[in-house]
Design a protein around this ligand. Structure first.
Ligand code: KG4
Ligand code: ZN
Length: 334
């Protein structure tokens, strides 16, 4: 086993994060500085502000990661950084910081895919057995990814419009909740006494793709109709109907894909894994179907640099390094 020390950097969206990970398994530090308070008053992430905030704090965050890990620059084996996908200006800040360090210290640079990071967050706490299937559900992504073997990803389904978290955030905004609204809608749904049934977008019978914008529009239409008629808006019942539809489609397709592709495990990744209803429903269906379900602890589900360190470790072990002229790739594919 390799016990290399990787300093990982993640700045693809609105968290500035740096972590030190040893041998792909031990998190020595994982500093995450969220910009949410800054973006909240705009109702979403403002790219220019995100870049500026990253630039202001990245150096201090990296130093803090090293200090908390009790290591110095000289102890490092490699520098890892998210190359994409993400906001181009935000990615650039992390990439410039990582490149400068790699150059100054004469260390290898490892450009990492953000979704590979979300997926390999599982490796920090579990052992993956291939082939396995990952359900990636976040504010920017909704994907079913088949891992045929280490580092070999096949996207078998993806959203055709909104990501799950994005749909949650839009519904939340209509209900006047602050950004990010997913947790608020989740809480409202959990406390509901009844449920307004809403449609499920199954798409073509054999498709593993998703679509959430129609469902989101159904919620908005129900709210507007009630308001127009002067009727009370049954917010909780709508939130419950929305959540039930989302969970039904996600869990049904994930379990069907596990069976069809003979996956040995199902991995849940991304910020929407914080949804208690989703975790419970997936756990129940997996139990019933005899599928081992892996879910990382919540602080490893949302954006963080330790997950980038975990993904980079596998590349390090294979000797896959990235040239120093690497560029930010906002649309990088897996
Ligand atoms: O992975 P993440 O931290 O950032 C991205 O890479 O997008 O995911 C954030 C997303 C937001 O859309 C947020 O509203 C959603 O995850 N989210 C939730 C819950 N907690 C966070 N959605 C539904 N229920 C939750 N409990
Ligand atoms: Zn993410």
């Amino acid at each position: 086993a390799s016990h290399e020390l990787i300093l990982a950097v993640e700045t693809s969206c609105d968290e500035t994060s740096a972590a030190v990970v040893r041998g792909g398994k031990r998190i020595l530090s994982n500093i995450v500085s969220s910009q949410i308070d800054t973006h909240r008053r705009f109702g979403g992430v403002v790219p220019e502000i995100a870049s500026r905030k990253h630039a202001e704090s990245i150096t201090a965050i990296m130093e803090q990661a090293l200090a908390e890990a009790g290591v110095s620059f000289r102890d490092l084996s490699a520098i890892a950084v998210t190359q994409g996908p993400g906001l181009v200006g935000a990615l650039l800040v992390g990439i410039v910081a990582a490149k400068s360090l790699a150059m100054a210290l004469g260390l290898p640079l490892i450009g990492t895919h953000h979704i590979a990071g979300h997926i390999y967050a599982n490796e920090l706490v579990h052992e993956l057995v291939y082939p396995c299937l990952a359900l990636v559900a976040s504010g920017g992504h909704t994907e079913l990814v088949l891992l045929e073997s280490e580092g070999r990803f096949r996207i078998i389904g993806r959203t055709r419009d909104d990501a799950v978290g994005e749909a949650y955030d839009k519904v939340a905004r209509t209900l006047k909740f602050p950004y990010p609204g997913g947790p608020h809608v989740d809480r409202l749904a959990q406390g509901a006494d009844d449920e307004i049934p809403l449609p499920r977008a199954w798409l073509e019978p054999d498709s593993y793709d998703f679509s959430f914008s129609g469902l989101k529009s159904a919620v908005l239409a129900a709210i507007n109709t009630a308001a127009m008629k002067g009727e009370p808006i049954r917010e909780a019942a709508l939130a419950r109907g929305f959540q039930t539809s989302v969970i039904d489609v996600l869990t049904t397709k994930a379990v069907r894909a596990v069976r069809e592709f003979g996956a040995k495990q199902l991995l849940l990744c991304g910020g929407v894994a914080a949804n208690g209803g989703l975790r419970a429903a997936l756990a129940a269906r997996c139990e019933e179907a005899g599928i081992p379900l892996l879910v990382p602890p919540l602080q490893l589900c949302t954006d963080n640099a330790a997950m980038i360190g975990a993904a980079a470790h596998l590349k390090y072990a294979r000797g896959e390094f990235t040239p120093l002229d690497m560029k930010a790739e906002p649309g990088l594919s897996l």
